[in-house]
Design a protein. Structure first.
Length: 693
């Protein structure tokens, strides 16, 4: 009992953000107010620890910037001027516009969402059902990981890899295309433990990231050339017979064709492409082939280039050549998400889609929303409903995105916690609940636990969760199917296939009370020790029937960057610097970028540039810079550092445009070009020039 008779209660919760750690949390509530958020000490992976951002989560929940009431636009699109209205007026307005547009062609209505929350209830249930029943355009959610996910699937069969909690016994860890110190903090703790036990850490990253600075070796290839490095490693492993022939014979498909394919991909071939010495590449391959257990911890940074899907595929072949999958601490890890028996059909109900004659479903790629809004004609997009996303800030080629959102004939609804860059273009702006104010259940892509989220406090102001808004809109539109009105508790209870052995122990009432539960998998989970790959053949497929069926090269191959001195020398002559825009330490994509603590800590947009490149342009440390190409420009402060290699510049992102200082962020220069597979964007495949502003 607290002074005044108040009592404290503790509520089980889950971090909702796009991070592999998916932390289990405890929220302490006094009266009607949350007073503390901490990591759940009884969940082994979280182990009582939260990242700095979420440790201060109450600053987000109770921010005076929170949207608390529905509003309608009163200024020009993009100005961000609104006036308060009632929920009835907001819902009636949306329903009237949707009804009129749907009477002509419902495919002119497009939902737009991604990972603002990773929850199965608030992120991919009633929203999908509502737009399916309406007959709206479908959204291809490609913006983060689709290229790498397809490359991995073509090789391994599903988003499954090494058990993150077994990593401590590895002897060699290649951290490839990721920065776990920033983006996988709890996974990094297991990597640190491996190092304490004698493991060697090698970081492969074009810049000296926070992780690279803590590793034994840092290799800095040119952006977009990871696939070439992996091919050269395979060539050395095969040419020098550093192979597990028994594993290859029993558990792989297409080895002979692979051996022939990589014959010419020597370290000498890869050296000028990657910018690494041939001897360095050969030594890496030899060490990888002779160390047991060896682990590759790759992440999605390397899939955001023109050859990103094939790069992930090439890397995914390596553990099968050496038999590293035999060991609990060996193999490779990109994502654990494929382990979860999520009942996607029950959540999304694609069967609700009305397949009217002459109106086949139309799918729009979210990564290229600017083109879709400006160029789609069959039918044109006339209404957009944005939730769990901030596309004006995060989508590539943002000048085109802004132009699309600025269309006066586009009816735009944004459901948000804060008035983001995207919210500034809304016709109707709706207040959303935070994670502490609604029910949800979460999988993870960085561990093997399900995490429940129970509402800790009542919604602030007039905020409503996604599910409640879609129930209200369904009623307004007369969409009477009972699936559109299911409760959040019921949806959470149906999220997993209960007939799947992996779901044993995930009883809804037990999960809600305890807060988390490990999937019913062996501990440690060694997924491919005896083969059992999730491919059609049951083997690791060096020759992929899936890719062949898509008209793509079925074997590992080299796909060069779209923008580099090798692939496009004329462009490189005009724009000679390769720009990458990895996550800023204090932001999570564009989340947290508006909160004073994190914005101040980040200190404004910066551009890291090598002293040689700076000197040749008369750039001094701290100077204001203009970074530009044919697509646009943004400004940032110079950080002259040897932490980036010559020819590469780095701008940690994503800043909101309106908080960046000049009204633009790094996506003003990134390209609306698709990856080699999966339809993803090529954020890290971008040439620019830099000058003093």
């Amino acid at each position: 009992m607290l002074p005044g008779g108040a009592t404290e209660t503790r509520v089980r919760a889950a971090c909702p953000h796009d991070c592999p750690d998916t932390c289990a949390m405890e929220v302490t509530v006094s009266g009607a107010r949350a007073i503390k958020v901490r990591g759940a000490a009884d969940m082994p992976f979280t182990d009582g620890v939260l990242c700095t951002k979420v440790a201060h989560y109450l600053e987000r929940v109770y921010s005076e910037q929170r949207l608390l009431h529905p509003m309608k636009r009163v200024g020009r699109k993009g100005e961000g001027r609104f006036e308060r209205i009632s929920w009835d007026e907001a819902l009636d307005t949306i329903a009237a516009r949707f009804r009129a547009i749907a009477a002509d062609d419902p495919r002119s209505i497009l939902p737009y969402s991604y990972a603002g929350t990773m929850g199965l209830v608030q992120g991919e249930s009633l929203d999908r059902r509502f737009f399916h029943r309406l007959g709206a355009s479908l959204l291809d959610r490609t913006i983060c990981a689709s290229a790498g996910a397809l490359g991995w699937k073509a090789t391994v069969g599903a988003s499954i890899g090494t058990d993150p909690e077994a990593i401590a016994d590895a002897r060699l860890i290649l951290i490839w295309g990721g920065n776990p110190v920033v983006s996988n903090l709890h996974g990094w703790r297991h990597i640190q433990e491996a190092r304490r036990r004698g493991a060697k850490l090698v970081c492969i990253d074009p810049r000296r990231s926070e992780t690279a600075a803590k590793c034994d070796v840092h290799l800095a290839p040119w952006p977009g050339t990871d696939g070439a490095l992996a091919l050269a490693m395979m060539q050395v492993l095969i040419a020098e017979d550093r192979l597990d022939h028994d594993y290859i014979a029993r558990h792989t498909l297409g080895f002979d064709a692979l051996a022939e394919r990589v014959r010419a991909f020597t370290p000498e071939w890869a050296a000028p492409l990657t910018g690494l010495d041939a001897s360095v590449i050969r030594d890496l391959a030899r060490e990888y082939g002779s160390t047991t257990p060896s682990l590759i911890r790759l992440n999605y940074g390397l899939n955001r280039c023109a050859g990103g899907g094939m790069a992930v595929r090439n890397i995914a072949c390596l553990p099968a050549l050496t038999g590293a999958w035999r060991h609990a601490a060996g193999g490779a890890l990109l994502s654990t998400s494929g382990n979860y028996p999520v009942d996607g059909h029950a959540l999304a109900r694609p069967d609700l889609y009305p397949h009217a004659a002459g109106r086949p479903p139309r799918t729009v790629n979210m990564a290229f929303i600017g083109e879709a809004l400006l160029e789609a004609t069959d039918p044109p997009i006339r209404a957009l409903y944005v939730y769990n996303a901030n596309p004006v800030a995060v989508a590539p080629d943002s000048n085109r995105v802004k132009a699309g959102f600025a269309r006066e004939d586009l009816f735009c609804v944004v459901h948000e916690l804060f008035q983001t860059d995207t919210a500034d273009y809304a016709d109707i702006l709706l207040p959303a609940t935070s994670q502490l104010e609604h029910r949800d259940v979460h999988t993870s892509y960085g561990h093997l636990n399900v995490v429940a989220n129970m509402p800790a406090i009542a919604p602030l102001g007039e905020a409503k969760p996604n599910t409640e808004v879609f129930r209200l809109l369904a009623a307004r539109l007369g969409l009477a199917h009972p699936a559109l009105f299911e409760s959040d508790d019921s949806i959470a209870a149906r999220a997993f296939r209960q007939d799947d052995e992996r779901a044993r122990g995930l009883a809804p009432e037990q999960l809600a009370e305890h807060g988390w539960a490990r999937l019913n998998l062996a501990s440690p989970f060694v997924p491919f020790a005896n083969g059992g790959f999730r491919t059609p053949s049951g083997r690791c497929e060096f020759h992929s029937g899936l890719l062949a069926g898509l008209g793509l090269d079925p074997l590992p191959a080299w796909h060069p960057p779209a923008e580099s001195v090798v692939s496009n020398p004329a462009l490189a002559a005009r724009y000679p610097l390769a720009l990458i825009t990895p996550p800023a330490r204090n932001f999570l994509n564009s989340s947290f970028a508006n909160l004073p603590r994190f914005r101040d800590e980040q200190g404004g947009p910066v551009l890291q540039i090598h002293p040689d490149d700076a000197a040749g342009r008369g750039i001094g440390d701290g100077q204001r810079l203009r970074i530009h190409n044919d697509r646009g420009e943004f400004h940032a402060r110079a950080v002259v550092t040897t932490g980036v290699r010559p020819g590469v510049v780095v701008s940690p992102s994503v800043w909101w445009h309106k908080l960046s200082g000049d009204g633009n962020n790094a996506n003003a220069v990134t390209a609306s070009t698709a990856t080699d597979m999966g339809g993803g964007p090529i954020f890290y495949d971008c040439l620019v020039e830099v000058s003093c502003a």
